[in-house]
Design a protein around this ligand. Structure first.
Ligand code: BES
Ligand code: ZN
Ligand code: ZN
Length: 478
């Protein structure tokens, strides 16, 4: 989608459809809308399409409900643009423009509109062979083309495209996207945007003692990989080094503790945490924050092959701790354990991980908020602030020390599962044992990484969460 800025009067904008935000309690009188009293209420995401409006160059006007002005923010702007684009897409409209409202014309609104348009235009349809409908161009119409506005639009383009890059990767089926496939995608991206990419293979991981990660990988014919993507800023005063760790299970059968057949196809999404980190790095490479950021993505396929690990197996993690594998379906925490230890060994001063880790977090928070767990209040607040600003909702969950009692093993330092209750918390407590004293945030995105049903502004399928939060966290680091 080509993104541009237009600063001519609305009547002179030449688009196939011009989107105009309409607010509740602030009746629109232009463009013949006054005749539609009662029909156009301005309610959030209400869409009214007008054809051949007198005195207007664009073929159509789309009046887009923006809700109450006092509640309007960047998140609402993003949804509005997304919902409008998704409607226009079905009508084969190719050239779209969106007018910023005079009261909401700051760069952040332009950015959100561009993000919403790019996100709304995405559908996970690349394996459908029928003709695809996409919007070709999107113009933001603003009173004046100031430099700050231009930057906002550019940011929106970079972040929206990065989020769609993640969504497309998450949507790939597991026969197409194996751990080696993730490596190839990460390498290609790193080459394109000038990041350093290093890949640890099985032998090197064995040499480093990553027994927890390798134990998961051994049931599959697909070799595992640990992808490392490095971004270094221009010499800066910041001594912080942010580590982003993402679960990259390209398919999770459960292993020997095999999952039921119903819904198992969704487990191709089990690399969404890893794909978010790769997508975030794609944007970070272009937006160049002042803080050093390195991403670590452990990639494996969790299969019940003849060499698969068994319940009761005891593995030694890179940190030196021994783990009794009670349930081979709790594999995410095993691969993340070694990735966290490795990230610490690489000098990361702060760690954020994202993983489709537990069904329990979906029980606790549904599909609206990701579970956030942290050992450090400062980092927790930074991540929460970024997530609020980006409209990617999260909720801080508890992490009291005595939850660790749930992970007691008779034969090893800890068990990989904690029993029936508090499953999202015990998973997080397990990870904390490997983050150790490094300030760390864990995001359990099992409920939020994909949508079971489409929203007006977003297709069914992968959401690309939490790419925007991670990018903002890095950009606002100071
Ligand atoms: N990948 C799953 C978690 C998951 C569940 C993701 C639903 C997305 C939707 C994870 O590896 C898993 O299987 N977790 C188990 C842990 C249990 C064995 C302690 C779970 O949540 O059931
Ligand atoms: Zn599992
Ligand atoms: Zn899993």
């Amino acid at each position: 989608m080509k993104i541009t800025i237009e600063s001519r009067p609305l009547e002179q904008v030449d688009a196939e459809t011009l989107i105009i935000p309409v607010f509740e309690g602030r009746p629109e009188t232009r463009f013949g809308a006054a005749d539609l009293v009662g029909e156009v209420t301005g309610k959030s995401l209400e869409l009214t399409l007008l054809h051949h409006v007198r005195g207007v160059l664009s073929t159509r006007i789309l009046l887009a409900g923006a809700g109450k002005p006092e509640k309007f923010d960047a998140a609402e702007q993003r949804r509005l643009a997304g919902a409008a684009i998704r409607l226009l897409k079905t009508k084969s409209v190719k050239r779209v423009a969106l007018a910023l409202d005079a009261d909401f014309a700051a760069p952040e609104f332009a950015q959100a509109a561009v993000e919403g348009a790019i996100l709304g235009d995405y559908d996970p349809d690349n394996y459908k062979t029928d003709e695809k409908k996409t919007v070709d161009s999107f113009a933001v119409v603003a009173p004046a083309e100031a430099e700050a506005l231009r930057q906002g639009v550019e940011r929106g383009r970079i972040i929206g495209e990065a989020q769609n890059f993640t969504r497309a990767m998450v949507n790939e089926p597991a026969n197409k996207l194996t751990p080696s496939g993730m490596v190839a995608a990460a390498r290609q991206m790193a080459e394109q945007y000038g990041l350093e990419c290093q890949v640890l293979e099985r032998e090197e991981m064995a040499h480093l003692g990553m027994g927890a990660l390798l134990g998961v990988a051994q049931g599959s014919a697909e070799p595992p990989a640990l992808i490392v993507l490095r971004y270094k800023p221009e010499p800066s005063h910041s001594t912080a080094h942010l580590g982003l760790v993402g679960k990259g299970v390209t398919f999770d059968t459960g292993g020997i503790s095999i999952k039921p057949a119903e819904g198992m196809e969704k487990m191709k999404y089990d690399m969404a945490g890893g794909a978010s980190m790769i997508g975030a790095m794609r944007a970070i490479a272009q937006l160049r924050p002042a803080v050093a950021v390195t991403a670590f993505i452990p990639c494996v396929e969790n299969m019940p092959g003849s060499r698969a690990q068994r319940p009761g197996d005891i593995v030694a993690a890179m940190s030196g701790k021994s783990i009794e594998v009670i349930n081979t379906d709790a594999e995410g925490r095993l691969i993340l354990a070694d990735a966290l230890t490795y990230a610490r060994s690489q000098g990361c001063t702060h760690l954020v991980d994202a993983a489709t880790l537990t069904g329990a977090v979906v029980v606790a928070l549904g599909h609206l908020r990701a579970g956030l767990f942290s050992s450090d209040d400062g980092l927790r607040d930074r991540v929460l602030k970024a997530s609020q600003a980006e409209g990617e909702r999260m909720w801080a969950m508890p992490l009291d020390d005595d939850y660790k009692d749930y992970l007691k093993s008779a034969f090893a330092d800890l068990a990989n599962v904690g029993g029936r209750w508090g499953g999202a918390i015990t998973a997080a407590i397990f990870l904390k044992e490997f983050a150790e004293d490094t300030p760390w945030v864990h995001l359990d995105i099992a409920g939020t990484a994909y949508l079971d049903e489409a929203k007006p502004y977003l297709a069914k399928g992968p959401t690309g969460l939490p790419v925007r939060t991670l990018v903002r966290l890095a950009l606002d680091w100071e």
